[in-house]
Design a protein around this ligand. Sequence first.
Ligand code: SF4
Ligand code: SF4
Length: 503
Amino acid sequence: MDVRAHMSMLFHLDKCIGCHTCSVACKNLWTDRKGAEYMWWNNVETRPGTGYPTGWEDQEHYRGGWEKSWVGVELKLHNRPQGLANLFYNPALPELDDYYEPFTFRYEDLFSAPEGDHQPTAVPISAITGDPIDIEAGPNWDDDLSGSNIYAANDPNMAGIATEVREQMSEIERVVFNYLPRICNHCLNPACVAACPSGAIYKRGEDGVVLVDEDKCRAWRMCVSACPYKKVYYNWSTGKSEKCILCFPRMETGQAPACAHSCVGRIRYMGVLLYDADLIQWAAEGPEEELFDRQNEVILDPFDPAVVAAARQNGLDDGTIAAAQNSPAYKFVKEWKLALPLHAEYRTIAMMFYIPPLSPVVSTIEQGLVRLDISPDQIDFELFRGLEKARLPIKYLANLFSAGNEEVIEGILRKMLAVRIYKRRQSVEGFIDEATEALIESAGTTPEEIEAIYRMTTLPTMEERFVFPPYHREMSAQTVYGDPLARKGETGFGYTDAPKRGA
Ligand code: SF4
Ligand code: SF4
């Protein structure tokens, strides 16, 4: 057993309101500069939809992630000899149109326009060429199902969903969508690291954060293609790749990453997961239907004395072990089994996790669907019994979160509904009847577990949501750089001088 520690973020999708505060906080902190305009290290997608960059889940097109082969798993992009032979040939790279052309406006038009009858307007111009452009795409162009016939209808996760169900999903009174915030998954088997010909991307030993060494990056952009989540971006100005750094400088000083700290819906949690590095290859190579279970096996029980002893032997300090025992990520992922990685079938072993959303209740009375002419607790009972008729098809959620395994999704939704029904009975009726007791038992949970889930979902303090191990990096940073404030205004973390093209 090779025990290591990993920082993981957890997204409770039921709570996301799609406000994009997280994206804006991240952009203001890290990518508010030339060459990084189109970079959204954190973005929030409306689902169903094609996401950002558009269609990123279409791996037949983008060739991201890993696939099974006779040697175990290989990058879908290329194997090692092909990678060397085709160093200058990378047709799977997303193009500018798959993102959008960064733009600004010629504000001087507002001041220099000749006198006339009409209000002058600032012409949109390309941030790259400076030429006037017609803006045809931008961040969250398909927000809240705008352009559904182009975007939602082409969501690859609709695969296997019957045509009439697809049509119903976009009907005006039954329209259904949810939000999906995304950052780099800081994968255990990162395709970006494996694809980099320069060895510029690496995974930090102490917390699993995946970083690009800007000095070593030579702009091959294989990482951009190989990441199935399209979470490495190429800076067209500096000629270097960049990606989410999980706000490691914030974590090292005990602060949550900017996206998590600013999250209005308080949907994000962070904590340490202990994992067994010896099992990574086994987990990545499993048959598709076992991928999720195998990933769960890689994550270890921090209360198990054998795990604690192996962790200490590997040099993990007691502060990190205590943080793992107190981790909200561990509770949601392993203890309560409510959280799943995004697209386990990419075999990168993503280490950010999602609690799938419950569907909203339909607003029309239809045969077999949930009705509004009954009280809310009866609606929940009805939804509990008829999950297969939920507005957001189970199949759709399974395609997103459990490599197509619908049973896993059903189990999670049932447990979440059980929490809702139990707490509603308790607080509105003032008692728990036999029907509710039977229901929570059939959902595989207990009153104690329900109270713990309820507390962590609705009432957690900042300290319960974000549990960081003691890093003590602030002292080493001071040793290297002296007064950190003296560096204020320099070009960022990983380098203190501006990177130069080709350097
Ligand atoms: S999600 Fe992050 S760690 Fe995983 S392959 Fe993409 S860039 Fe690499
Ligand atoms: S800030 Fe939180 S609630 Fe708002 S979009 Fe981001 S993840 Fe969702």
